[in-house]
Write a protein that binds this ligand. Structure first.
Ligand SMILES: [Zn+2]
Length: 391
């Protein structure tokens, strides 16, 4: 089983320059490989890999990047290609892969080798990266198992992070906990379960969201390319990052609570749930939060031997959990009131329906791994916008 950890890095100024330089070199190699791929009719992964070796002869400074890190760009490229063809299969119109500009290339990865972790007695631990050095960081969680991959990420706020994926070999016994629960995911981190418990967004998260909205409005008024705009942009990115951290913290606690208290957990299948596409910031963050919550729930559950079942969410709000009849509700109707006499909170009613549905279905789906998605900044170009170098 794979487990992922995330740590903030505190590089020295010199190390930071080196990180940035490496990032640029990786981007250059990625774009180079993509160009080769576009120009040659038949070429496979191994052949492209060899081109990196040739490229190094022409541009010797690439030798200052750990070789596996460069090879990883080849892997990334093919991984992006796979996901592109998947998108095509799903019926969406897409063109080819895009060349990556500076703002679309934020990570590079060490796979299997070129790194080490050094624990110190002092405040900082060190992450050694081949060709870069020993970067200070604080190991706030102990890493279990063998480290498989380390991805270095540069955030728009200017901060650097390391995502570490480790593998542990352990047998997992099913939990003896027989408690069962259904969970209804509402708007903005608002959750209701079939035992009648509900959890709100933490207040400080709400406050940060308000702040973000205010800042974003201010940003939209600034002139493009102006110094002020850049300053505002960094400000917005910082708040965004803070929200992500606060949210993750909340979602970790929430998912931990359910895994600790229940052996069987039913949630809505968000891939089926029609997530309205709109530009509303709060809504977008809320949708992203729930995907993340389910991801956390699944991997925690797997380790604890709990079962997570995802159910088709349609009509769980409308059906009466008492008698099974359909009771129409508008968005603003917060109470479920049925002729059979049942009168409970609308979301409580849904949560019970979700649990019922899960117990009926035998379908059990797991998302076992929480892994930094390789394709997070995968870009798919619509057919209308032509890239300059497409063959
Ligand atoms: Zn009823």
């Amino acid at each position: 089983m794979l487990i992922s950890y995330k740590f903030r890095l505190y590089p020295t100024r010199e190390q930071e320059q080196k990180l940035q330089w490496t990032l640029n070199k990786c981007r250059y190699v990625y774009n180079f490989l993509l160009n080769e791929l576009n120009q040659q009719k038949i070429i496979d992964k191994a052949q492209l890999q060899e081109m990196i070796v040739d490229l190094k002869r022409i541009e010797p400074d690439l030798k200052d990047v750990h070789s596996k890190v460069l090879q990883y760009e080849n892997y990334r490229l093919f991984s992006n290609l796979r996901s592109l063809s998947q998108t095509k299969k799903n019926g969406r119109k897409v063109g080819g892969l895009r060349f990556k500009g500076k703002n679309w290339f934020k990570t590079f990865s060490y796979n299997q080798s070129g790194f080490a972790i050094m624990q110190n007695q002092t405040r900082y631990d060190k992450l050694w990266l081949s060709k870069i050095g020993e970067i200070p960081f604080i190991m706030h969680r102990t890493i279990e198992g063998k480290i498989k991959q380390i991805t270095i990420k540069h955030c728009p706020s200017g901060k650097w992070y390391a995502s570490i994926i480790a593998e542990i070999k352990e047998e997992i016994k099913p939990t003896e906990n027989t408690n069962k629960v259904g969970i209804d995911l509402g708007i903005m981190n608002y959750i209701y379960d079939s035992d009648g418990n509900h959890f709100d967004n933490p207040r400080h998260l709400d406050k940060s969201l308000e702040k973000l909205q205010k800042r974003q409005r201010r940003l939209s008024r600034k002139k493009k390319g102006s110094k002020n705009r850049i300053k505002q942009k960094i400000g917005v990115a910082r708040i965004h990052e803070k929200i992500t951290n606060q949210r993750d913290d909340f979602l970790h606690k929430l998912s931990r609570y359910y895994v600790d208290n229940y052996g069987f957990i039913a949630v809505e299948d968000l891939q089926i749930k029609n997530m309205v596409r709109n530009n509303h910031l709060a809504k977008a963050i809320s949708d992203a939060s729930w995907s993340r919550f389910i991801q956390m729930l699944c991997y925690k559950a797997e380790r604890a031997g709990c079962t997570v079942v995802k159910v088709e969410p349609r009509r769980t709000t409308q059906i009466c959990s008492g008698c099974g009849k359909e009771v129409h509700k508008e968005l603003w109707d917060r109470t479920h009131k049925c002729n059979c006499g049942l009168e409970i909170d609308r979301d409580y009613n849904s949560a019970i329906n979700i649990l019922k549905r899960a117990l009926l279905s035998e379908r059990q789906e797991y998302t076992p791994v929480e892994i930094e998605p390789l394709l997070s900044d995968e870009q798919v170009r619509s057919k209308k916008q032509e890239a300059p170098c497409e063959s």
